[in-house]
Design a protein around this ligand. Structure first.
Ligand SMILES: *[C@@H]1O[C@H](CO)[C@@H](O)[C@H](O)[C@H]1NC(C)=O
Ligand SMILES: *[C@@H]1O[C@H](CO)[C@@H](O)[C@H](O)[C@H]1NC(C)=O
Length: 413
């Protein structure tokens, strides 16, 4: 697992370099490490809000919002159109907020006059509250959810809350990785939600996994064993954010000297398999403080199923007997992608082992309303390039803003 290597490598390198070098002044330009998304957004000079919703099964979820750009909207009367940004597995709204604003989709949209919403699904750093369940890392009831639980309960609640709060009748959506999976699950399972989506942008669309080549594949065959072992030892949470520890280690040590920062950047790059010259090293301490943000074993388990089930986009497989009780069939049913009528665009990398070109093409054939299936013209584009690489600005983020503006210009009344 890339992220597990990440821990070991970063920990060792950071510790040894800090011990060898002692503490010095901050290198210039480095971003302050804020521990809350609201502070990151405000630090970049943008307005930020936090809202909470409670699901019918008691999870209290946070949505972060950038209601407008650095300049207040000229026409305060005109309502801005909302955009929903869906984060990845063990991610949070932080992935959209890191910045810098000149590169990042959330800020580009806010400056283009959009009302940007970044919900957090159950279990991550910001949505770890419940009306009556205890939320500890070994509390099995709280962590008993998988990818589609949030797709079918949290996602529609977010959409309805955003529309109600803003008075808009529909919104744009952009999702990355698990955000794309959850969008497709919801639109296929509750097709009435397609009417609430103006357009949708899937960054690394992840539904069919039959052609995946990522490092999770060897583990996927043993998912039940791995999940069982974790649970046996009392772990229910998957890749938690070790808040105090992470911020002490990475937020502080990585920032003590230019060399420490370089070491952290290299360790981070190595662990996630991305070349360090593709990313902004001034932001690495911030990335390392916020990622991972925690998820459930069930989410990992469901991806494992999708990567090994021969290329089907199915509901969660509970095993023959439980499937019979839950679905009335021994196999889990496939999602009916022909129901996804909202206009969708894909952005696909040539070196993305989670969302391959082959599987995106298969998805393209299964969906009725794809207006763009784009292979990014950048050689070696991986899954993480979408939010870490410099050239995501031109190749992905600015293009999404243009697509959205063109759509809205053509559909304004
Ligand atoms: C959880 O709820 C408590 C009490 O309402 C609140 O103080 C805390 O900030 C919440 N935590 C999160 C992560 O939302
Ligand atoms: C791999 O991708 C091809 C091309 O889209 C598709 O026809 C095939 O079904 C996929 N294989 C699996 C095992 O899903």
């Amino acid at each position: 697992m890339g992220l597990l290597n990440f821990w070991t490598i970063s920990f060792c390198l950071t510790m040894s370099s800090a011990i060898l070098l002692g503490e010095y002044e901050d290198p210039p330009n480095i971003r302050t490490v804020h521990h809350r998304v609201l502070n990151i957004i405000q630090d970049w000079g943008y307005p930020a809000e936090e809202h909470f919703v409670t699901t019918k099964d008691g999870y209290i979820l946070a949505l972060h919002r950038i209601p407008h750009g650095r300049q207040a909207r000229k026409d305060q009367q005109a309502r801005a159109i909302p955009v929903f940004l869906g984060h990845c597995l063990v991610g949070s709204s932080a992935m959209w907020a890191f910045g810098p604003p000149e590169y990042s989709l959330a800020y580009l949209l806010a400056d283009a006059g959009y009302d940007v919403w970044m919900p957090n699904i159950r279990g991550n750093t910001y949505s770890r509250n419940h009306t009556h369940l205890d939320t500890c890392g070994s509390c099995s009831e709280f962590w008993d959810f998988n990818i589609e639980t949030s797709a079918l309960i949290d996602y529609p609640l977010f959409i309805d809350f955003i529309l109600e709060h803003t008075g808009a009748s529909d919104l744009h959506f952009a999702g990355y990785s698990m955000g794309t999976t959850q969008f497709l699950m919801l639109m296929a399972d509750k097709p009435e939600y397609n009417q609430k989506v103006r357009t949708a942008y899937l960054l690394g669309p992840t539904a069919f996994g039959g052609n995946a080549t990522n490092p999770m594949l060897p583990l996927a065959q043993h998912a039940e064993y791995i999940v069982g072992t974790f649970r046996l030892f009392g772990f229910q949470e998957f890749l938690p954010n070790l808040y105090g520890l992470q911020s002490r280690l990475f937020g502080k040590m990585c920032r003590t000297t230019a060399l420490n920062l370089k070491i952290c950047t290299e360790a981070f790059a190595l662990s996630i398999g991305l070349s360090s010259d593709k990313m902004d090293s001034n932001l690495v301490p911030l990335y390392m403080t916020h990622m991972p943000a925690g998820g459930s074993l069930g989410q990992f388990h469901q991806y494992a199923q999708l990567f090994r089930n021969g290329g089907k986009f199915t509901k969660f497989d509970y095993g023959t007997l439980s499937n019979l009780v839950k679905y009335g069939s021994s196999e889990p049913p496939e999602y009916d992608l022909s129901q996804v009528s909202a206009p969708v665009a894909f952005f696909v990398g040539d070196n993305d082992g989670f969302a391959t070109k082959a599987d995106a093409d298969k998805l393209f054939d299964a969906l009725p309303n794809v207006f763009q299936n784009e292979l990014l013209p950048s050689e070696g584009w991986t899954h993480l390039d979408f939010f870490l690489a410099h050239d995501a600005k031109e190749l992905v983020n600015e293009r999404i803003v243009h697509f959205i503006q063109d759509f809205d210009a053509a559909h304004s009344s």
